[in-house]
Every structure is written in C-alpha cells, then in structure tokens.
Design a protein around this ligand. Structure first.
Ligand code: HEC
Ligand code: HEC
Ligand code: HEC
Ligand code: HEC
Ligand code: HEC
Length: 265
C-alpha cells in the first residue's frame, strides 16, 4: 500500500501542472473554466488517505504528544509563523534523550544518538504532500482557530503518523464554504481533545471558561441537567461557537475563501 501511494503522489502532479496555464488563461471567468472546476471538484483523489510510510526511528506521537502531553509546538515550532510546520532537528529530541533512555528497548534510540554524534540529520519520510501548484499555509489556519485535529485527526493517538484526510481540493472547499463548525479559540488549536468527552460537571466548567477566557456564549441545553454519561460538543454547539469566532477573527468572506487565486497563486 505504502509504495503504491508513493508512486501516485509523485507521478500525478507532473501532468496536472500542465493544466496551470490553462487555468490562468481561463481565470477571467469564461465557461470552460467552470467545466474544469466541475470535473475536478467531482473527482476527489482519495488514494493518499491512510498513507503511512515507515519512519527511520520508532518515534511515537501517542507516547510523546499523548501520554507525555508535549505540546505540538514544542517540536513543530513554526506552525504559527510560517507556511510549513517544521520537523524538529535531532537536538530537540536530545533535550530529553541525552538523559532519558528507552526502558523497553535501548536500540530504539540508537539512530537518534547516532544522528547527534555524527551531525547527520535523521531523514524522516514526508507523510503529507500537496502538489506545488496548491498554496497552503499553516499559520493562516492555526492563527484563525483551525486546529491540527481538523486536518490531521488524532495525531496524539497515532504510533505512526498517517494521512487522515484526502487533502483534495473538494475537501479544502467543503470547509472554506462553511468554516464555522471547524473553529475554536486559537489558544486551543493544539488541544486536540478540546470540547470532547465531557461529563456534566466538565461541561458546566467548559461553558464558564468559554465565557471568562474567550468571551464566548454557549446556550445551555436542558437535556444536560440530568446527564449521566459523557459527550462531545454537538455540531450545533460547534457552530454557535464558530459563528462568534468568525466575527472576532474577521474570517474572510466566502468569495475569497472559494476564489481560485486564494489557493493557486
Ligand atoms: C517531541 C516532538 C514532537 C511533538 C511533541 C509532536 N510531533 Fe509531530 N512529528 C514529530 C516528528 C519527529 C515527525 C516526523 C516523523 C513522523 O512522521 O512521525 C512528526 C510528524 C508529524 C506529522 C506528519 C508530517 C508529515 O510528514 O507530513 C504531523 C501531521 C504531526 N507530526 C502532527 C503533530 C501534532 C498535531 C502534534 C501535537 C498533538 C505533534 N505532531 C507533536 C515530532 C513531534
Ligand atoms: C520532553 C522530553 C522528550 C522529548 C523532547 C523527546 N522524547 Fe522521546 N521519550 C521521552 C520519554 C520520557 C520516553 C519514555 C522512555 C521510557 O520510559 O521508555 C521517550 C521514549 C522515546 C523512544 C522509545 C520508545 C519506546 O518504545 O521505548 C523513542 C524512539 C523516542 N523517545 C524518540 C524521540 C525522538 C525521535 C524525539 C525527537 C523528535 C524525542 N523522542 C523527543 C521524552 C522525550
Ligand atoms: C487546514 C488544514 C491543516 C491544519 C489546521 C494543520 N495542518 Fe498540518 N498539514 C496540512 C497540509 C495540507 C499539509 C501538507 C502541506 C504541503 O505538502 O505543502 C500539512 C503538513 C504538515 C506537516 C509536514 C510539514 C509541512 O508543513 O508540510 C506537519 C509536521 C504538520 N502538518 C503539522 C501540523 C500541526 C502540528 C498542526 C496544528 C498546530 C497542523 N499541522 C495543522 C493541513 C493542515
Ligand atoms: C477545517 C477548515 C479548513 C480546511 C480543511 C482548509 N481550510 Fe484553508 N482556511 C480556513 C480558514 C478558517 C481560513 C482563514 C480565512 C481568513 O484568513 O479569514 C483559511 C484560509 C486559507 C488560505 C488563505 C491564506 C491567506 O492568504 O490569508 C489559504 C491559501 C487556504 N486556506 C488554503 C487551504 C488549502 C489548500 C486547503 C486544503 C489542502 C485548506 N485551506 C483547507 C479553513 C480551512
Ligand atoms: C481552498 C483551496 C482551493 C481553492 C479555492 C481552489 N483550489 Fe484547485 N486545488 C486545490 C488543491 C489542494 C488541489 C490539489 C488537489 C490534490 O492534490 O488532489 C487543487 C487542484 C486543482 C487542479 C488540478 C486537478 C486536481 O484536482 O488535482 C485544478 C485544475 C484546480 N485545482 C483548479 C481550480 C480552480 C479553477 C479553482 C477556482 C474555481 C480552484 N482550483 C480553487 C485547492 C484549491
């Protein structure tokens, strides 16, 4: 599976790059342009979902981001300032691993130690890869309250990272047309469990925090009075929060969000 995926991802964009001049010529809004969009929007590529290359080190996000609770930005420290999310250098690992060994199997850290001693970087294999003609920016999303979890799913529960979403144009546009249910306070973007699996008391506290810290109102639900189990925020509640954030963060209007030149520049 992994090899097949890798093949597709590199061959496909080459011929589709040839479409770009066509795209620009037609960018004035003539009918063939609409045809192109219709054809491509209706055929999302799904071949890369689940793509999970084997990495040179058995590094686990479940352990580091989940159990140890290290914030994503400790390692991916450019997500708020740049298009790309930096992959950490060996030195970041050594901040801990010059002192912390693996209890289960010391060999697992051998490639990290070797990289540190030789100065040769660890060659991590890229999981996500958009074609070059599509413009993407982490900072643009993260600073407007779009969490990593909306695009990468629960990385804090992945032993090996895989691609969770298609990253097709149709997928991008679905959110761009209606971002409200996908927004959260920007301070919470790396809290992947935000708004999830809450008991009645935790919900009460959550509402209060929304109000106190972010000045967001969330209407109470009568049903919650007698709630015994746990629940996630509903999509209606996400929308209610999101609508307030759209105003606060001045999220751009739908014409900009759908415009070809927003993502193809
Ligand atoms: C201790 C450092 C560290 C922390 C903390 C960390 N990561 Fe990573 N992350 C890495 C390393 C190293 C890689 C490259 C190896 C791999 O893919 O597993 C990576 C890869 C990734 C990738 C795949 C990148 C690609 O190649 O496309 C994603 C997505 C990702 N991390 C998201 C997250 C999220 C979300 C969090 C917070 C919940 C997080 N990471 C926390 C070190 C870290
Ligand atoms: C904030 C501290 C911290 C940082 C930063 C950190 N680790 Fe770890 N790592 C730990 C701890 C704690 C353990 C668990 C050790 C144990 O008890 O076995 C661990 C375990 C591991 C293991 C062994 C897993 C196992 O199954 O035994 C590997 C491999 C590893 N880390 C790789 C990395 C890599 C690669 C990086 C940099 C991208 C990194 N770590 C960054 C704290 C850290
Ligand atoms: C709106 C969707 C979206 C959000 C939100 C998002 N990512 Fe990504 N991420 C992507 C896409 C798309 C790529 C592939 C980019 C490319 O190939 O140019 C990517 C790639 C990455 C990579 C590989 C390096 C790179 O930039 O290509 C890492 C690491 C990563 N993301 C981590 C994160 C972390 C951590 C967060 C949250 C702080 C996050 N991402 C939020 C969509 C997203
Ligand atoms: C879960 C929702 C979501 C997904 C998925 C998503 N976006 Fe966005 N995108 C947003 C929001 C919200 C903004 C912020 C608009 C603003 O600045 O007001 C944004 C802004 C942008 C911008 C504008 C940056 C600028 O110039 O200000 C680009 C470019 C972009 N997205 C590209 C993409 C691409 C490409 C994909 C798919 C690979 C994607 N987005 C997927 C929600 C999303
Ligand atoms: C929100 C971001 C976004 C917007 C807006 C957008 N695109 Fe795209 N487009 C993408 C991404 C991402 C890809 C790459 C999809 C992939 O790799 O599967 C893409 C791919 C394409 C392709 C290559 C064929 C394909 O599907 O792989 C064409 C042609 C294209 N877009 C035309 C357009 C036109 C015309 C518009 C304006 C109506 C437009 N796009 C608006 C993000 C966007």
């Amino acid at each position: 599976m992994a090899n097949g995926g890798a093949g597709n991802r590199f061959i496909f964009p080459k011929w589709s790059n040839a479409l770009l001049p066509f795209l620009i010529i037609n960018a004035l809004g003539v009918p063939p342009f609409i045809l192109v969009v219709a054809v491509f929007a209706l055929s999302p590529r799904t071949t890369d979902v689940g793509y999970m290359p084997t990495q040179p080190v058995e590094y686990s996000h479940t352990l580091h981001a989940g159990e140890l609770g290290i914030d994503c930005r400790y390692c991916h420290n450019t997500v708020e300032s740049a298009r790309f999310a930096a992959i950490p250098p060996t030195q970041t690992c050594m901040n801990c691993h010059s002192a912390v060994a693996s209890k289960s199997d010391p060999d697992k850290l051998a490639p990290v130690k070797q990289s540190h001693e030789t100065g040769q970087p660890i060659i991590w294999r890229k999981v996500h890869d958009l074609p070059d003609y599509a413009y993407f920016s982490h900072a643009a999303h993260v600073n407007k309250g779009v969490s990593c979890v909306e695009c990468h799913d629960r990385v804090d529960r992945m032993d090996v990272v895989y691609q969770a979403e298609t990253l097709s144009m149709g997928w991008c546009l679905t959110c761009h047309r209606d971002p409200a249910p996908n927004l959260r306070p920007r301070e919470e973007v790396t809290n992947l469990a935000w708004g999830m699996n809450m008991s009645r008391d935790e919900l009460i506290e959550f509402r209060q925090e929304l109000k106190d810290q972010y000045d967001i109102d969330l209407s109470p639900r009568d049903k919650d009075q007698n709630m015994t189990g746990r629940r996630d925020l509903t999509s209606d509640e996400r929308r209610e929060i999101g609508e307030q954030l759209i105003k606060r963060y001045r999220i751009k209007s739908r014409p900009f969000m759908e415009s070809c030149t927003t993502c193809h520049r």
